[in-house]
Ligand binder design. Sequence first.
Ligand code: C5P
Length: 409
Amino acid sequence: MLKGKRILLVVAGGIAAFKALELIRRLRERGAAVRCVLTEAGAKFVTPLSLQALSEDRVYGDMFSLTDESEMGHIQLSRDADLLVVVPATADLLARMAAGLANDLASTVLLATDKPVLVAPAMNVRMWTHAATVANVETLKRRGIHFVGPTEGAMACNEFGPGRMSEAAEIADAIERLVAPAARPLAGRRAVVTSGPTREAIDPVRYISNHSSGKQGHAIAAALAALGAEVTLVSGPVAIADPPGVKTVAVESADQMLAACQQAGRVDIAVCAAAVADWKVARPTGAKIKKKPGAPPPGLELTPNPDILATLSKPGAGRPALVVGFAAETEAVVANAIDKRQRKGCDWIVANDVSPATGTFGGDRNTVHLVSAAGVEDWPTLAKDEVARRLAGRIALHFAQPPKAEAAE
Ligand code: C5P
């Protein structure tokens, strides 16, 4: 929650400015006080009156206003907040921030502030990928400016790609991560999460893989990070964006996934949500296998992949305190999960029914059972990011318990 936090919201001139209105509502619902600075271009998209009505505070826009300056100088305005948030962060405003310009009230408060700054970029895909914007973003990140989004999707300009501003709830979550450390019970804990499918090469152009989308694993990485954990996400090839606040390591094969988990160093928590291919091709060829007229198809000799979950669960000094595996089952879901927990040596198993009728694979919802030494909990059908939040909450609770209670579990 954001009770007692003061947010200075800079609303700049982009079509996504309308989302600032929803963001103000969300922030106020969470207990924050919001004060707005509206740029001249921003006022073409939302009115000062809407911002004022929702924030229940006056809206600042003019740097040379005598009344504004006498009541609340621009330096004080920039300091009198716990966090500055720019919504939407246009290409123009990012460029002015990177250059250190102070040619309107928005850029001036951003230059004058001593508080953290979070920006939510929104622009056409070509503007976002332009070398000038890329360089500006790099500069700002180096200086410690925080970013949320942009995400990929359809845009007002009828193009598709990265550049779409994050939704109000995601921006509110990012704000909470930055200014509400009390809601970070996993601060100081390190976690590794595997996600997505693996790809096992047959030759340089062909591979064996599966339909895992990575949605559940990515959501878990984001949820653990939201609770303050330092998260390394080891992901096979997926079509979704890297989650915010997480170090993502992209891998292809199971061997690479295991190596990346081990390279993440000592962790307190390991969550194996990846759909690791059970087998790899014993001897992938260095050159593309040629299709020869009349010749039979090549036989593929398969060999087992390393079991990452079982490897990370092995007892020893470096074992994470909590190892969580997944069990994708199509029948006897809970019984198989109980058996799998013992076989793999992990602490918890999140068992989910992936029979085609459930739509779990590639879908947005999941029905899971949490299996631990203490027993089985049946969770209701939830959005995958809600499953992730609950699981992260349970993990936080586990670490909050005194060691005796943990041992008894
Ligand atoms: O054995 P099965 O694939 O059903 O086990 C599923 C669990 O084991 C998941 O947590 C998955 O990420 C993990 N796993 C793994 N390495 C493998 C196979 C499965 O980490 N080679």
